[in-house]
Design a protein around this ligand. Structure first.
Ligand SMILES: *Cc1c(COP(=O)(O)O)cnc(C)c1O
Length: 399
């Protein structure tokens, strides 16, 4: 399943998962069908035993429905191409992929250091499950200096997310990878923001990359999906064992939808990134705006890291507004082209008024009474979005 990088990633994304020709007709569908199956039948016992031998070696091998057939394999290839990985393992949600990654590399008694900017539900996993398994978790800013203070004799894993959730704090993945190597830690990172297309943590030294395919890969707000990617054979073996033992599985129809989404990932990500910068330019000219959080924006503190490590951006940004909570609520409620809701990476614009309680654990946040609003800029006309936001800011001012 190694990626074939002799052609541009845009080309790979169009050609991964090509359906084989029918041997009689000499014809094939352009789009790989959804190969739904709960089990597999073999031509003879020799074929079954070959599959079992491959499986015992830890190779991708189809012996039963859970691992899926051609549709799943094609989606795994796409994730490998995106991330520069040798294997990809699918889970039924992004959070499922996070648990697969962590359960594959943590043992009872281990300590995991988690970036304070990581996706919020990771703390819920810690509180409800990891604690019960006697796994210690600590949170800090993910800089080498902060992490060095958190090291314990039983620290095994460093789990981060770059750019971070809510405020898009860029992390220095190569520096974190060097730190992890020095202390014999596994570096796992949530790469949902980059989705492999504009940011490749494995190339920058991370051991594991986790992506919520629910967001940009699916791209149409109509499926839940997660994937875990790695290059190291020992980590791949552990992911393979845990994936099998824990029964992670996705439907062929969801794999099919995700493949369809991945074909247009390049143009969707480029376009939403362009729109987000247009929105940043608009916001920068507004008196209500105190700060813009978007690493592709030149004033963002992470801009230099973004320029060094990323090849593009996306439609996500947050903005600090000099509005009290009541005015910020009027602003959000007055928007007509932005859905109020979680998630992102689809075709449509979304808005979320970020609770200060959710920001408080983030060392990157400089607490003020100002409102933080997170936006996903979609594929609507940016002029229409700007008109909508202009009107909503006027409504916010009319206390
Ligand atoms: C949404 C998200 C997840 C979880 O993905 P689901 O498919 O919703 O479970 C994980 N990490 C990040 C950064 C996300 O934005």
């Amino acid at each position: 399943m190694a990626n074939s990088s002799s052609v541009h990633l845009d080309t790979q994304l169009q050609h991964a998962g090509t359906a084989p020709f029918d041997p009689v007709l000499g014809a094939a569908p352009v789009a790989l069908p959804s190969m739904r199956t709960s089990t597999v039948r073999f031509q003879n016992l020799d074929a079954l035993e070959r599959a079992q031998t491959d499986k015992a070696k830890g190779e991708r091998s189809v012996t039963y429905g859970r691992v899926g057939m051609d549709t799943h394999a094609a989606l795994e290839q796409i994730f490998c191409d995106l991330e520069g990985a040798d294997r990809a393992f699918l889970a039924s949600s992004g959070l499922g992929a996070i648990t697969l990654a962590l359960f594959s590399v943590l043992n009872s008694g281990d300590h995991v250091m988690v970036a304070d900017c990581a996706y919020g539900p990771v703390r819920y996993l810690d509180k409800t499950v990891l604690g019960r398994m006697n796994i210690e978790v600590s949170y800090s800013r993910a800089t080498v200096a902060d992490l060095a203070d958190q090291l314990r004799p039983n620290t095994r894993v460093l789990y981060v997310e770059s750019p971070g959730s809510l405020l898009f704090e860029m992390l220095d993945i190569p520096a974190l990878a060097a730190f992890a190597r020095q202390h014999n830690l596994i570096l796992a990172t949530d790469n949902t923001w980059g989705s492999g297309y504009v940011y490749r943590p494995l190339d920058l030294g991370a051991d594991i990359s986790v992506v919520a395919g629910t967001k940009y890969v699916g791209g149409h707000s109509d499926l839940m999906l997660g994937a875990v990617m790695a290059k190291d054979p020992d980590i791949i073996r552990r992911l393979n064992d845990t994936h099998y033992a824990m029964g992670y599985s996705i439907s062929a129809d969801d794999a099919w939808l995700a493949i369809r989404g991945a074909r247009t990932l390049p143009i969707r990500m480029r376009q939403t990134a362009e729109h987000a910068l247009e929105i940043c330019r608009f916001l920068a000219g507004r008196a209500e705006v105190a700060r813009i959080f978007h690493p592709a924006w030149a004033d963002d503190p992470g801009h230099a890291l973004w320029q060094r490590d990323c090849t593009g951006s996306n439609g996500m940004l947050s903005v600090e507004l000099k509005l009290d909570n009541a005015a910020a609520r009027r602003f959000v409620d007055s928007l007509t082209l932005f859905g109020i809701g979680f998630s992102w990476g689809g075709f449509e614009s979304l808005v979320q008024l970020v609770d200060h309680a959710a920001l408080r654990p983030h060392g990157y946040w400089q607490p003020t009474d100002n409102a933080i609003v997170r936006l996903h800029i979609g594929l609507e006309s940016p002029q229409d979005l700007i008109a909508d936001m202009t009107r909503a800011l006027e409504m916010a001012a009319q206390g």
